[in-house]
Design a protein around this ligand. Structure first.
Ligand SMILES: [Zn+2]
Ligand SMILES: [Zn+2]
Length: 769
């Protein structure tokens, strides 16, 4: 009866306690909300950058599987041998501690289990008996809510290591420059003994004393046979060489960018490759040190792995500590003028439209587009040039002409689809000058455009993190065809290039790279972007202040750094180059025009083309004409006499090239005057008005006396042309001559008639500036 009553009462007490616990647990639930330091690591896990946690601690989150098992073993053995067997509180240890306390008046902390320590770290308070009780209650709560592994992980993340360093990851990184899974046994034991004595065992302060303490514990673990004796013997001999690292800030600009992209992720695993990053960082630093003498202080570099589209090196600025020259600016993400660096895209798009092939000729002569008159970098005009020449010499007129023929919207659309956000935002404001740098781009956008060329014309957004779920982004967007991408790559990959830097020593190994340079207006930005099969490298050199420097050109200032980077990161490349896609074929074309040869085209060259796409117009660079034996009169088919004539080939330049020859006084044999006795009524081929441009808007300053030019391209049989403005006769002149007139405001109809009665009209709009 008595036993049963006791049993009954005991049961009531236990049940009451149980319900009390449930009630308290309900009223005071245990909350684990740890603010972590945001950590940005390289692909290999190395911590490159860290931001303090909200409560200003270096507390880096770590998972149990990322901690050396030896460290776990050492910590559990040292702190709480029965961790895996108790329910948060170890009654034996409490009794022992209480006994010690009462008998010897000695305070010991040995009674605290790992769970109780976690509770104390989560709810810090003074060491009173009441707090001890609360701690025990919290420990039970933790044990109910979490598994042993989860509790141990909490401990590893919260355990203090002196100063504002908390948790084993921060301790490993700051004291050993390693990750918690890379620690040696000696280092594991070191980390297990610091937390209880953060003052006397402050790492880096007294390494000799530290070693003594560490070895004392190693000996103890040896006696307890916790680790293999041999391993412990090695650990005993390991020197203590702890230096507290400074704050981790290797990639400040990328870190800030990633922080904005992933504000709530504590461990951001970036795609940066540590060795590549450090190599490129130091090249950029040293390179800019040399350029500082010329008043050029900043450079930025991005390196992309072409296969994965991952950014493997990101140097926002050459020297983050150079406050005087805005070293904290992110030059990879800044919006700047691209100079000529968008030209390859325009040619590639034109190739896809069938407008061009590498050997197609474009007249590099003065042109006027809607009042916009582009000029070449050296203010010279080259006459007829091939696309390949125009691209490698970065000629402006052929690029503007190509863009005009292609249509600005096609180019803007391709850039928008390639992720150029600023171009997308500005698209209504952009004009043909876009191709000469009249727009805003980021180095990262630009480099990715070339990465697109390296990927058969397929675009993917750049990857900054090693995110396994990035498959959603893996959709390829075709910007240009593989054939066109290949043809442009071939043109950009020619080793003999005018944009090779001046004085670039020939002894230097020049890797095979397809590249393009650019210089912005006012010499504010020097660009050089290059790629091979493995990497795309983008280099920008200039001043973050936007100050221009006379010597600043892409070829002289940016290309040497581009080659330095390629030599450093890809020196032993296997020399693999891009393979020719099956869509690309080879054909012979006329050397003078790049068109399909006619019978008189005796000089022919090999050219790449895309069957079914590329234009196959036959060359007309020469024209066969009937002339009198003295070569003074030319005949048409209706006035050619039965006898007494001969056939002769004459050059047949296009209108703008003809005008260029005239203005430059370049002599060439012209077709003789047409037979004055000819009675044929000409219907076809009226004079073509070459200036002003049809349907264009002209903005003039009448006070300054702005005039517009009248010029046309008339057939060889034409002697004189007659100009009309709004159907009122203006003046007559020789067919090759130019006239100028002061335009009225508003819409103007301009007509040109030739002496054979043929006429053409254009309409323009004139407004005051
Ligand atoms: Zn020809
Ligand atoms: Zn005739």
């Amino acid at each position: 009866m008595y036993v049963r009553r006791i049993f009954k009462r005991g049961l009531v007490v236990i049940t009451s306690l149980f319900f009390l616990f449930l009630l308290l647990n309900f009223i005071f639930p245990v909350k684990v909300n740890i603010p972590y330091a945001q950590v940005i690591s390289a692909m290999d896990g190395k911590v490159l950058h860290s931001f303090l946690s909200k409560d200003e601690k270096w507390r880096m989150e770590v998972q149990l599987q990322d901690v050396s098992p030896q460290l776990l073993k050492a910590i559990v053995n040292k702190e709480d041998k029965y961790f895996y067997y108790h329910v948060g509180v170890n009654p034996v240890a409490i009794c022992r501690a209480a006994f010690n306390n009462i008998i010897y008046h000695r305070k010991t902390s040995g009674a605290s289990t790992i769970t109780m320590q976690v509770a104390r770290l989560l709810y810090p308070g003074d060491r009173t008996y009441l707090n001890k009780l609360i701690e025990s209650f919290r420990a039970w709560q933790l044990e109910c809510k979490y598994s042993k592994s989860e509790i141990l992980a909490l401990y590893l993340n919260l355990v203090p290591y002196g100063g504002n360093i908390e948790g084993v990851k921060a301790a490993s990184v700051f004291y050993f420059d390693k990750l918690p899974k890379q620690l040696s046994l000696a280092e594991c034991v070191s980390l297990s003994i610091i937390p209880n004595r953060p003052n006397s065992l402050r790492p880096g302060r007294n390494n000799e004393f530290f070693k003594k303490e560490r070895n004392r514990w190693l000996q103890r673990f040896k006696e307890e046979k916790l680790f293999a004796a041999e391993e412990i013997n090695d650990a005993l001999n390991e020197p203590v060489d702890i230096k507290r690292q400074k704050a981790l800030a290797e990639i400040p600009q990328l870190a800030n960018r990633l922080r904005k992209m992933y504000p709530s992720v504590s461990n951001i695993e970036s795609s940066i490759v540590t060795s590549t990053q450090f190599k490129v960082q130091s090249l950029s630093y040293n390179y800019s040190k040399r350029l500082a003498l010329k008043g050029i202080y900043n450079s930025s570099v991005i390196v992309i792995d072409n296969k994965t589209h991952q950014v493997v090196a990101y140097v926002g600025s050459n020297d983050k500590n150079d406050i005087a020259h805005n070293g904290m600016v992110d030059g990879v993400n800044a919006i700047r003028s691209p100079g000529s660096t968008l030209k390859p895209l325009v040619y590639a798009l034109a190739i896809d439209k069938g407008l061009l092939t590498p050997m197609s000729c474009i007249a590099d002569v003065p042109v006027n587009y809607t009042g916009y008159m582009p000029e070449n970098f050296n203010s010279k005009f080259n006459g007829n040039v091939t696309v390949e020449f125009a691209l490698s010499h970065s000629l402006n007129i052929p690029a503007v002409k190509t863009l005009s023929a292609l249509g600005l919207p096609t180019c803007v659309d391709a850039l928008t689809r390639s992720g150029f956000s600023q171009i997308n935002a500005d698209k209504k404001k952009l004009g043909l000058s876009l191709i000469l740098g009249g727009c805003g781009v980021k180095l990262s956008d630009l480099a990715n455009l070339y990465c697109t060329l390296a990927n058969n014309g397929k675009y993917q957004p750049l990857q900054y993190v090693t995110d396994e779920d990035s498959s959603v982004n893996k959709q390829n967007v075709e910007i240009v065809s593989p054939a066109s991408a290949f043809m442009v790559t071939e043109m950009l990959g020619k080793l003999v290039r005018p944009d090779m830097p001046n004085n670039y020593e020939s002894s230097l190994r020049i890797p095979k790279v397809a590249w393009k340079t650019g210089t912005s207006y006012g010499r504010r930005d020097a660009w050089s972007i290059g790629y091979n099969t493995r990497y795309t490298v983008g280099v920008w050199v200039g001043n973050f202040t936007g100050e221009g420097v006379a010597e600043l050109t892409g070829s002289d200032m940016a290309t040497p750094l581009l080659f330095d980077v390629f030599n450093a990161i890809d020196y032993n490349a296997e020399g693999k180059w891009f393979t020719q896609p099956k869509e690309v074929n080879i054909r012979l074309v006329c050397n003078e025009s790049g068109k399909m040869p006619a019978e008189f085209c005796d000089k022919q060259v090999m050219d790449e083309f895309i069957p079914g796409i590329s234009s196959n117009i036959t060359c007309n660079h020469m024209k066969e004409v009937f002339i009198s034996p003295d070569e003074k009169i030319s005949y048409c088919t209706s006035c050619v006499p039965l006898i007494g004539y001969k056939k002769k080939l004459y050059q047949n330049p296009e209108a703008d090239l003809l005008a260029f020859y005239e203005s430059e006084h370049i002599s060439f044999e012209k077709i003789p005057t047409h037979n004055p006795l000819c009675t044929r009524v000409f219907k076809d081929a009226p004079p073509k008005i070459t200036s002003p441009a049809d349907k264009s808007e002209y903005i003039v300053d009448s006070k300054a006396g702005d005039k517009l030019m009248l010029s046309c391209n008339a057939g060889s049989e034409v002697q004189s042309v007659y100009w009309y403005i709004n159907d009122i006769f203006y003046r007559a002149c020789g067919s090759k001559k130019q006239l100028f007139f002061t335009p009225e405001k508003g819409q103007l109809k301009i007509s040109c008639s030739d002496d054979k009665g043929r006429n053409s009209n254009i309409w323009i709009n004139v407004s005051e500036q």
